[in-house]
Ligand binder design. Structure first.
Ligand SMILES: Nc1ncnc2c1ncn2[C@@H]1O[C@H](COP(=O)(O)OP(=O)(O)OP(=O)(O)O)[C@@H](O)[C@H]1O
Length: 296
């Protein structure tokens, strides 16, 4: 099946700066794909090339096998759309529907999809930032797209606004729509996305499922004295598997070794106050991949 998004060798240079560097991305049908990277990593530039808003210096983009700009089946929220502040949300969408050649009955459908039916008659200028963002998504959905591209949809939102946007993205994904969203917040991506592409300095450094990136579960240990515990753990598990962080030890071994670790330390007169399985966060995975060149 032709993937909704595929880029090969995608590159964009601005003068001497290579903003996007030979990027090979693949987004599969029906997935919520997170495009993750710190500010300035090249996310927006990539999304703009996907949409045909700017031309690549080299490489190519295919959306459902076609060059960008040829398809009706793609909706996007990138650099917030221009709405009329004095018009209601609904009237703004009506104007857009007319321009897009979409039947007016789509307006009520998309308002419902983004949970704005109750506020549809209110002026755009009275909307919260979260509502404005959701109206932007509604505009992207007018043409009933198969692929939705959202650039930092939760950026600047308060926790409630973020939660609403997450719900909306999840619902889109559940409805079978393919969603590609960019974000610099790893916790957001971790919660929302099936797969992620991690970009840093314009280069794709990993593309995988969130579960694969996070890897196997590990062990977290708190013990006194910590140095002695670290020394014993290194002897037992190997030096590379033991890391001292935040007043405890991260042990890069599977949780089935907990009893053995506990017995060894207690046998050496070390007081173990905490020993539990831990999942690596996407953030830890990201730092491991980028060598600490990470999130802001
Ligand atoms: N039109 C342009 N002219 C020159 N440089 C640009 C242009 N657009 C982007 N850049 C540069 O390209 C790099 C990547 O920018 P981009 O906006 O794609 O990053 P980003 O990952 O989306 O970051 P952010 O989350 O801050 O938007 C940055 O160094 C940026 O300054």
């Amino acid at each position: 099946m032709t993937p909704p998004v595929e880029t090969r060798g995608l590159t964009k240079r601005f003068g001497a700066l290579t903003a996007v560097d030979t990027l090979d991305l693949t987004v599969h049908a029906g997935e919520v794909y997170g495009f993750l990277g710190p500010n300035g990593a090249g996310k927006t530039t990539t999304l703009r090339m996907l949409l045909g808003l700017i031309r690549p210096t080299a490489g190519e983009v295919r959306l459902f096998g076609e060059p960008p700009g040829r398809l009706d089946g793609v909706g996007a929220l990138i650099e917030g759309p221009a709405f009329y502040p004095y018009l209601s949300g609904r009237d703004n969408l009506r104007v857009m529907a007319r321009h897009a050649g979409v039947t007016p009955d789509r307006v009520a459908v998309v308002l419902e999809q983004v949970d704005l039916t109750g506020r549809a008659r209110d002026r755009y200028s009275t909307y919260s930032l979260g509502m404005k963002q959701r109206l932007g998504v509604a505009a992207a959905l007018l043409k009933d797209p198969r692929l939705v591209i959202l650039d930092e949809p939760t950026n600047g939102l308060d926790p409630a606004g973020m939660a609403d946007m997450r719900l909306l993205v999840r619902r889109l994904g559940a409805s079978g729509c393919t969603v590609l969203l960019s974000n610099h917040l790893m916790t957001e991506v971790q919660e929302l996305c099936d797969r992620v592409g991690i970009i840093a300095g314009g280069r794709l450094i990993a593309e995988s499922t969130v579960a694969e990136l996070r890897g196997d579960r590990t062990l977290r240990l708190v013990a006194t004295p910590l140095d002695a515990a670290a020394a014993r753990a290194r002897t037992l598990l190997g030096a590379a598997a033991v890391r001292i962080t935040d007043g405890g030890l991260d042990l890069a071994v599977t949780p089935d070794r907990a009893a053995e670790v506990n017995a060894t330390l207690v046998g050496a007169g070390i007081a173990v106050s905490e020993l539990r399985p831990e999942e690596r966060s996407l953030e830890q995975a990201f730092f491991a991949l980028t060598g600490g060149n990470g999130n802001d």
